[in-house]
Ligand binder design. Structure first.
Ligand code: GCV
Length: 675
């Protein structure tokens, strides 16, 4: 072993006062999520040596010290575990091996050492059993990012956290930075334990107060950066494209004064936060300002910020969520699904290297079922990050169990050019996830929604991981089943409730990929026609004969043609289109026969009855867990939420079934009760 200095040693210290770094403690009354004391037991029971210097190595030492203090360590003698820096490994990466009774983590830098430590924690006792040769662990992406839609001020409609279902913000409280950032520090630790290394701390909708973070309130950003730094997480900021207009009266990206404004503002950011990560920008989207106001392209817009931040090593996450949110519902030719590709594909190759085009996984807006966005395959000359929504805006708002790992895995495994070509996981340059965490005592409102944040981090590290295996990791860390009276029952119940919950949610909500049908504004619960005659571009076009949007090239909006073959052909044909996306791509009669032999209308009835029944089963399984098998507070919160999920699933079932029964006049083949 040949330890080398931590490359981040020259960066800002994690303990400016010179005091040794303290691991954030467990906060009284707050659930420890997947890092309860038991999660570090296998490490804390052993003799451990940590070699190397630097802020993140100091964090590793503090983590080991805390684990040993909790679990008794193992006294003097040769080490059981050696954690050391090694020039053989690249940054962020580590290799683990076991030989002659010693488990060794060799890491490329302090961050890699930290990830290696948490990897050993995940392995538990298995890290200290039979010998094994070095196994290399390298993140798939350089940047693994969570983004917060947190407002600094409480927004009159969206509140403290836009689309937040877990209480208030971990960072902001009614206009101010929280005085007590203990939860934010514990959050940093949770994120780092799954490999996250970037966080944006304010909403992409940048309102007046939030705009000041870039200029007048940089001190707040610096304070947050201090909280995240000991866990190797860089802070990013959502900024308004119009920011220079306050001083210059213009934000035209080709105006040299605007370029100079961004350069100066960015220099000041880096004076305050030397390891600042970069900007996130929502431009020309849902009312946010952007380059279109000046007749400029989104490449012009992104590049002016990118040029300003490039000398500092920062990046610009530029969102591709650009569409007309004021369209006329009577106009069948305008298709929101097409918009991102129409705007961005022609700009491929025009973005500076440090621009990351951030593309939502589907072409509409985080629905429970959408095809993968065609933009991801259309930008070979552009860095693309896939944006996932961990917060469950359209998937039950953390009142419903909807475990999203399997959905994200499908997205990441989609091969735009067919099975012989690369998959999304290999095309993307990074993953970003909209966080589902807040100051709720369970972090995520629904305790089981913690698993979504966990799965996001793990898939951002390795998009090929099996989501069921990831769920097992989360169960082991969070519930320590082996220390309970009935490990099999606990694990089995969690899998039975969670594994298929995304598909269950899909069954009782909008059918066959049509999406939306939610109540306008807050987006919770069913309202089939809620968005049908609005300007938002999210329509189902149901009439007495049929339902769905014709997005074929032959007769529809042409969206299917934005995919390369074979998908342009497959999606373009009602015969070949996968059932689950049929109504996304085609308007078909209710009697249209699906690949499984049922008609569309019967499928709607069957899935809605089945989905609601499945939720009733989930509720029953949970209620059968004997008292004491899980923390009573968790058991009770989950039970409450399952009650609401069941009520809501029945509401969805009845509204959807009744709506389509009344429209079509077709009875249910099984004569079940439809209202
Ligand atoms: C932050 C959806 C949400 C908005 C969100 C927007 C976005 O439209 O409903 O709350 O705004 O997506 O991703 O920018």
């Amino acid at each position: 072993m040949n330890p080398r200095p931590d490359p981040r040693t020259d960066g800002p210290s994690s303990a400016p006062s010179g005091a040794p770094f303290q691991v954030p403690g467990w906060v009284p009354g707050v659930h420890p999520a997947w890092l309860p004391p038991s999660a570090m037991r296998s490490v804390g029971r052993r003799r451990v040596q940590v070699h190397g210097d630097g802020p993140l190595v100091a964090t590793v030492r503090a983590e080991v010290g805390q684990a040993q203090a909790h679990h008794g360590g193992a006294g003097d003698g040769p080490p059981d575990l050696v954690l050391a820096l090694s020039p053989a490994e690249p940054p962020d990466a580590f290799a683990v091996s076991r030989a002659a009774g010693v488990t060794t983590v060799a890491a490329g830098d302090g961050a890699g050492l930290l990830y290696g430590l948490f990897h050993v924690a995940r392995l538990g006792e298995a890290a200290f059993g039979e010998p094994f040769p070095p196994r290399a662990h390298r993140p798939a992406y350089e940047r693994r990012m969570v983004q917060h839609w947190d407002n600094v001020d409480v927004h009159p409609v969206m509140g403290q956290v836009e689309r937040g279902y877990a209480g208030g913000s971990l960072f902001w409280d009614d206009g101010a930075l929280r005085a007590d950032l203990t939860r934010a520090a514990a959050y940093a630790r949770l994120l780092a334990s799954v490999g996250i290394n970037a966080v944006s701390v304010n909403n992409v909708n940048v309102h007046a107060t939030e705009a000041l973070l870039l200029t007048d309130r940089l001190g707040d950003v610096a304070t947050l950066a201090e909280v995240f730094r000991p866990y190797g997480i860089r802070v990013h900021l959502s900024v308004s494209f119009a920011a220079p207009a306050r001083d210059l009266g213009t934000a035209d990206p080709l105006d040299p004064r605007v370029a100079a404004w961004w350069a100066l503002a960015t220099d000041r950011v880096y004076e305050a936060v030397p390891d600042f990560g970069g900007y996130v920008v929502k431009a020309d989207s849902e009312g946010q300002p952007g380059p279109f106001a000046y007749g400029r392209s989104h490449a012009d817009g992104a590049n002016v910020l990118a040029a300003a931040i490039a000398p500092h090593g920062g990046v610009v996450h530029w969102r591709a969520f650009v569409y007309n949110h004021r369209q006329d519902w009577r106009d069948r030719g305008t298709d929101r699904a097409r918009a991102a590709h129409d705007h961005f594909a022609p700009l491929d190759g025009q973005f500076l290297d440090n621009v990351v085009l951030q593309v939502k996984h589907g072409p509409i807006d985080f629905q429970a079922r959408e095809p993968v966005s065609p933009v991801i395959a259309a930008m070979p000359g552009t860095r693309v990050a896939v944006e996932l929504q961990v917060t469950q805006e359209y998937t039950g708002q953390q009142r419903h169990v909807c475990h999203l790992g399997p959905m994200w895995s499908e997205v990441l495994g989609f091969a735009p050019w067919g099975a012989d070509g690369p998959a999304v996981a290999g095309i993307a340059d990074g993953l970003t996830g909209v966080s589902n965490a807040g100051d709720d005592p369970f972090w995520t409102g629904h305790p089981l929604a913690q698993a979504n944040l966990y799965a996001f981090g793990r898939l951002a590290w390795d998009p090929h991981l099996d989501p069921v295996g990831v769920l097992d990791e989360w169960i082991d860390l969070t519930f320590a089943p082996d220390t309970t009276a009935d490990p099999g029952l606990l694990r089995g119940t969690l899998h039975a409730v969670m594994d298929d919950s995304w598909r269950t949610y899909e069954r009782y909500t909008a059918p066959l990929g049509i999406g939306f049908m939610v109540r306008p504004g807050h987006h919770y619960g069913p309202d089939v026609d809620g968005y049908e005659y609005t300007p938002w571009g999210t329509y189902h076009f149901a009439d007495r004969d049929g339902v769905g949007v014709d997005r074929s090239t032959a007769t529809g909006t042409g969206f299917a043609g934005q995919y390369p073959p074979p998908w342009s052909r497959v999606y373009g044909s009602p015969r070949e289109c996968p059932d689950e996306l049929l109504l996304f791509f085609h308007h078909v009669p209710y009697g249209h026969v699906l690949h499984d032999g049922t008609t569309v209308i019967q499928h709607i009835y069957d899935t809605h009855f089945a989905g609601a029944e499945e939720v009733a089963r989930m509720r029953r399984l949970w209620s059968r867990l004997p008292a004491g098998l899980v923390d009573p507070a968790v058991a009770e919160r989950v039970a409450e939420r399952l009650d609401e999920q069941l009520r809501s699933a029945r509401e969805w079932r009845d509204q959807i079934n009744t709506y389509f029964h009344r429209k079509s006049g077709v009875p249910d083949a099984h004569g079940r009760r439809i209202h």
